[in-house]
Design a protein around this ligand. Sequence first.
Ligand code: FEO
Ligand code: CA
Ligand code: CA
Length: 642
Amino acid sequence: MAKDFSTMEDSNCSSNPSFHDISLPSRRTMLRGSLGALASNFLAPLSAVGGAAALTACATTGGAGPLLGFKSVALSTADLVIVPEGYSVQVIAPWGDPVGLSGEDHAFKADASNSSAHQETQFGMHHDGIHYFAQDGSKSGLLAMNHEYTDEGLLFTDGMATWTADKVRKAQAAHGVSICEVQDKGGKWEVVKPSPWARRITANTRAQLSGPAAGHALMQTAADPKGMTVLGTLNNCASGITPWGTYLTAEENFINYFSGGETLSAHDKRWGLKKGGGGGYRWHEHDARFDVTKNPNEPNRFGWIVEIDPYNPSSTPIKRTALGRAAHEGATTGVTPDGRAVVYMGEDSRFEYIYKFVSRDRIKPGGFAENATLLDHGTLYVAQFAEDGKGQWLPLVHGQGPLTAANGFADQGEVLIKSRQASDVLGATKMDRPEWISIDKNGWVYCTLTNNRSRGADKQPGTTKVNPRANNTMGNIIRWKDAGDFAGTTFEWNHFVLAGDPSLARADAKGNIKGDIFACPDGLWTDGRGVLWIQCDMSTSAMGKGDLKNLGNNAMLAADPRTGEIRRFLVGPSGCEITGATGTPDGKTMFINIQHPGESPSERSDPKAPGAISNWPDKKPGGRPRSATVVIRKNDGGLIGT
Ligand code: FEO
Ligand code: CA
Ligand code: CA
């Protein structure tokens, strides 16, 4: 997200692969009885998985040929999506269009007069993480996508001039996750309506808590005295998937929805709770759940990684507390050679941490049912980077080291609910806003550190080799490789790239990009050929100013991890950020999300002039801009990026 609240004090066919670039077997295949193939496929070297398409892709990558074959696009400030020559774009699934629920087809109303009930059946706002779950290979599948936050100036005809319980309900309905069915209909992708797979999960959908913090005293509320059931998921930012075919959605800046009172506890302060609320959402005025003076434990029930089975439209989303609580950006999974799941997670706030979870148990052949508790048992670690290019993963385990009752951690549940405090006392490394994480074909794990204008400021942590730039306006991408395999408790690290404009005189913002310039890397995805896709989120409050002058609109670039070469592939419309990337197994269709086109520096649009900055994608004069999914294809039917 672009929001930069002050509260955030501020293929080479490796045997240790990520599986993000591998298509999941289709539900149809699974239902035919090939469940056993699912997990076992993910444990094999990439050359043996993913079907013929992946084999081809892997063979291609493994050769000496170049990964990047397209001609770079130029910087742009046009209110358009621009792609290289020979490529085309198509827009699907914009905010407000129906997701395809049976019997519910409420068309988008351009004046934002759709009701809260309509919004519960429509795509939410501010698309973010996304994944294509294949059903019929590369011809049809399910898209699961996050809707991170809302711009009330666009969501309501009169913005926030009036504020009612029904407006809160509509705003909550515009959050969460959408699942829709998509099909390639003769070269054009369509959202299938109606579809039995279509689903909306909102800030009011019942979710289950599981793992060590479920039922904890700090999770109990008047409405849920057992501390086991939460309504909804919030501020869903980046996403991930599991080898057993589920979607992981990350709850990021949840604290901004909650309103604190005059007196804030040390715990509230550590998580950035503000008197009256820090994000201006004003939900607490009509929904007491978000009034912390009335429901002090409700914020503890957010900030989790939530697992969703997209293939079961009636399944209950599960908040996996074993993975820790954070302003989670995303969740990226690798698999160890012995079959355990390792989930890497960044916490996008200034001076927060990078985590990984290693499952206790091995992944079982099958789908969600066979692995329903896999993410409930394991060890959570936080990263400590050393100056010498090495590092270690510090376990967040109650009773080990300082994580004791004497230091305020009564049990493992409290360690997980207070992951930030636990990481503080362990001496983990305070990073420059860790966002998305991706794993390349050699087992290197990449993390975008989007920016941190407070690095080196008065009374703030200074620079180190790990976070090397004071007033880090440009951001960078760090990478590490765990010793042995993904479960290793030590690692080596280096910087993949320091972003920045080489024409700048200031060495600290200049960067060392081999190729096209960019700033503020955020989204990150490794495709089936091994291309590392980098998506940018220069905040609209900072774009065009200072060090971020002359960088145009936010862009998506393609990097070759072997050579470090980076080429600009796409530039988005005015005021947007580019986020979320996925593709079909054949590598010929890519889906990305355009979030908040038309965003103003205040991050809330003027409802009297909603199209002042952008009217993408509808391009109706003065009309509301809408976040949407963009489908990218090569005109000759070739692989994306070639
Ligand atoms: Fe939601 Fe950190 O981007
Ligand atoms: Ca992000
Ligand atoms: Ca961001």
